[in-house]
Every structure is written in C-alpha cells, then in structure tokens.
Design a protein around this ligand. Structure first.
Ligand code: FAD
Ligand code: UDP
Length: 364
C-alpha cells in the first residue's frame, strides 16, 4: 500500500514525489510515456541536449524557487534573446528599442513612443478586450501586423481577435535596448539538461514508465491512499461534459553536419505563410563544441484525441467547460489535480513548481 500514487512524472508530479518522500511518505510514480520530466524532457543526441518538446528556458523572480531547482542541478547563465524572421528580415525580440530602430529608425524612447502613440490612436482609448486589441495598445499596428498576427494565428489556429489578451501580456515591451525575453531576476538552463534535474528529484523513488493510469484506474485506486493526477482533467472524467480544446505541436528535428546553423537558440518565423512558428538550435541552450548541430522546426496543430495536448486554449468557452470539470473534483474522494493539464492553465515551469510546493505544504 502506497501513501500516494502520483500520475505523471512531469515537474508537478516529480516535485510532489520528492517532497512527500522527504516527509516519510511511501510514493509510487507512474508515467505513460517511456521517460520522466514531462514536457521539459531533454535527450542527449550525439552530445547535444535536445529539448524534445520545444524550447524550455527556466526563469523566475522567486529566489526560493531558483534555489530549489539549483539544489538538484547547477544552472548555466543562458539568457533568451530570440529573433523574429519576417519575410527574410530579422528583428529583435521582445519588443524593445532595437526592434523599434529596425522597423522605424527611431533612436530614442521619445521617438519610438511617438510612433506607437500615433498607431494606438485607432483604439480611441478603448479598453483592449482581446489579443489583437491588446497588442495594438501595447506596440501599435505595425508590429502587430509584422511580428504578432501571423505568429499568433498559426500558433493558436484562431483569429487574434478571438484570443484572450493575457497571452500577449507574457511578452515584455521595453523602452530600452535590452533583448532579454524575460524580465525575471533568475534565468538559465540546467547544465546536463532538465532530465538530469528531474532524475535527481526522483532519486530513490519507485517510478514505473509506460503505464497509463486511466487504463487501470480502479486497480491503482486500491493500492494507494491518495492520488495526485497531473494528466488532462477532461480525459480523467471521460470527456463527460465534452472536450477541452488544446493546441498540439509536431516537431521536425534534423542533425546537420555544420557546427552552427542560425547563431541563436530560437528564431521565430512570424509571417503566416511559413508553416512553422520557430526553429530551435539546441546546442545554443547549453553550449558544446561539436562539428554538428541539431535543429527543430515547431509546427502548431489543432489537438485531436491521441495527440499530445501541449497548450490549453484558455478562452471563455473552454474556461466555462473547465469549471464544470473542476466542480466534479470533490466528488471523487482523495484524488488531487495539479499541473498544466489537470489545472488547464498556461503555466511556466517555475509556476508549476511553486504550485506543487504549495500543494504539498497543505498535506499532513
Ligand atoms: P507535463 O510536463 O505535461 O507532465 C504531465 C505528465 O503526466 C506527462 O509526462 C504525461 O505523459 C503524464 N500523464 C498524463 N496522463 C497520464 C496518465 N493517464 N497516466 C500516466 N501518466 C500520464 N515553461 C517554462 O518555464 N519555460 C519555457 O521556455 C517553456 N517552454 C515551453 C514550450 C513548449 C512547446 C511547451 C508545450 C511548454 C513550455 N513550457 C515552458 C511549460 C512547461 O513545459 C510546463 O509548465 C511544465 O512542463 C508542466 O509540468 P506538468 O508536470 O504540469 O505537466
Ligand atoms: N508571440 C508573437 N510573436 C512572437 C512571439 C510570441 O506574436 O514572435 C505571441 C504569441 O501569441 C504567443 C505569445 O506571444 O503565443 C506568447 O509567447 P511565448 O514566447 O511566451 O510562447 P510559448 O513559449 O509559451 O509558446
């Protein structure tokens, strides 16, 4: 008999497993994939740590979370400064004085603000209600058309006017020449990859890979007093209220016999006509001297049953549906729901870790 059965060896499940074991609980982790670390999983391909499920950059403002992850593995000093390729021209991201200079030739914050203020007049002071309006209110129509609209609509498969504004608020807008994508105080990539970090979290804990909880729910319920479930909440309840929408991705990875393909970890392709959203060159996250390189193109796709559900689509229709599933949770006894899929939340890694630590602090 286990005190806790943890469904999913992603960050939520692994942090819970680690903390509960520290408290003296007997824990079993089951994972339906054939590896641990969830979407943060990295795999060593000929000496390069490949981010198998897309670029993962750790960033946080919370010193405790930073110290927590550093207690498992050392982090490097990687700073994410992606480029945007729009019709063959390169622009710096996030939107900052470099981007404004590249687009308009403006050199001072006052010059750039004049252009943005002129362009945001089209909103006539209206409070932005969706991603399109929010983007125009932040940076004006020019940047919206070149660097946001095409990328966003292919990433989400929906009109920017039908998406929630918070998605674009993830990106800073800076009136300084600073290409750091994140404003957080701490940032980096675990040296040796995320898998190594999660291996440390799970050290000494029983983990069974290739096991799907939902295929054997009643048997698993018999062997554990409490269950922590980190898979999709709608799947858990057998889609009884209907399916939540997710965005999925397909990854096209190539090993190239050159040492440096694009000179940067991430290059976004922001025009609608290019079918992928970004190209990632993995060796730039955790630099190594090799004569080859590994690159991945990321193609967004609408999720259908059987695909990996990467991004929750947090629009009002889905949030209403999610609330119906959330209301069913208490009916189900000692099963707890946590993480990006079980909470249907666009969480970053630091937020998932923080949410797991908070959850554990409430357990006796
Ligand atoms: P997951 O990592 O999804 O783990 C859940 C696990 O549960 C999975 O391994 C799954 O296989 C397993 N599971 C599900 N159902 C079952 C079942 N029935 N039985 C057994 N096992 C099951 N965050 C950042 O901070 N920085 C970034 O740069 C960043 N980039 C990202 C890029 C992409 C493309 C994506 C998709 C996400 C990115 N994230 C990033 C977010 C980050 O991946 C998540 O916040 C984090 O990994 C979520 O952890 P989790 O444990 O909640 O979920
Ligand atoms: N975005 C954009 N152009 C870019 C990069 C991002 O329009 O070049 C928008 C897009 O809507 C995206 C959102 O900003 O979904 C958040 O970007 P982020 O890089 O945080 O997305 P993630 O890494 O989570 O996929």
């Amino acid at each position: 008999m286990y005190d806790y059965l943890i469904v999913g060896a992603g960050l939520f499940g692994s942090v819970c497993a680690h903390e509960l074991t520290k408290k003296g609980k007997k824990v079993l982790v089951i994972e339906k994939r054939n590896h641990i670390a969830g979407n943060a999983y990295t795999e060593n391909v000929n000496g390069i740590h490949v981010h198998k499920y897309g670029a993962h950059i750790f960033h946080t403002n919370d010193k405790e979370i930073w110290e927590y992850v550093n207690s498992f593995v050392e982090f490097n000093r990687f700073t994410n400064s992606p480029l945007a390729n729009y019709k063959g021209m390169l622009y710096n991201l996030p939107f900052n004085m470099n981007t404004f200079y590249q687009l308009w030739g403006t050199k001072t914050p006052a010059e750039a603000m004049m252009v943005i203020d002129e362009q945001r007049k089209e909103l006539a002071g209206k409070e932005p209600e969706n991603l399109e309006e929010k983007a125009i209110s932040l940076v004006g129509r020019d940047i919206y058309e070149k660097l946001i609209k095409g990328y966003t609509e292919k990433q989400w498969g929906r009109k920017a006017a039908d998406l929630p504004a918070f998605i674009i608020s993830r990106l800073p807008v800076r009136m300084t020449y600073d290409n750091n994508y994140f404003s957080d105080r701490y940032q980096g990539i675990p040296i040796g990859g995320y898998t190594k970090m999660v291996e440390k979290m799970l050290e000494g804990i029983e983990v069974r890979l290739g096991v799907d909880y939902l295929k054997n729910k009643s048997e698993f319920k018999r062997i554990a007093k409490k269950i922590i479930y980190t898979g999709p909440i709608d799947e858990y309840f057998e889609y009884c209220h209907g399916q939540l929408e997710y965005r999925s991705l397909s990854f096209e990875t190539e090993i190239l016999q050159i040492d440096n393909y694009q000179g940067n970890a991430v290059v976004n392709y922001t025009e609608a006509e290019v079918p992928f959203t970004r190209i990632i060159e993995h060796k730039h996250f955790d630099p190594v001297e090799t004569s080859h390189t590994v690159v991945t193109r990321e193609y967004p796709a609408e999720w259908v049953k059987g695909d990996e559900p990467y991004y929750p689509v947090n629009n009002s229709k889905n949030m209403d549906l999610y609330k119906k599933y959330k209301a069913m949770i208490n009916d189900d006894g000692d099963v707890f729901f946590g993480g990006r899929l079980a909470e249907y939340k666009y969480y970053d890694m630091h937020q998932v870790i923080s949410s797991a630590l908070y959850f554990i602090s409430k357990q006796d």
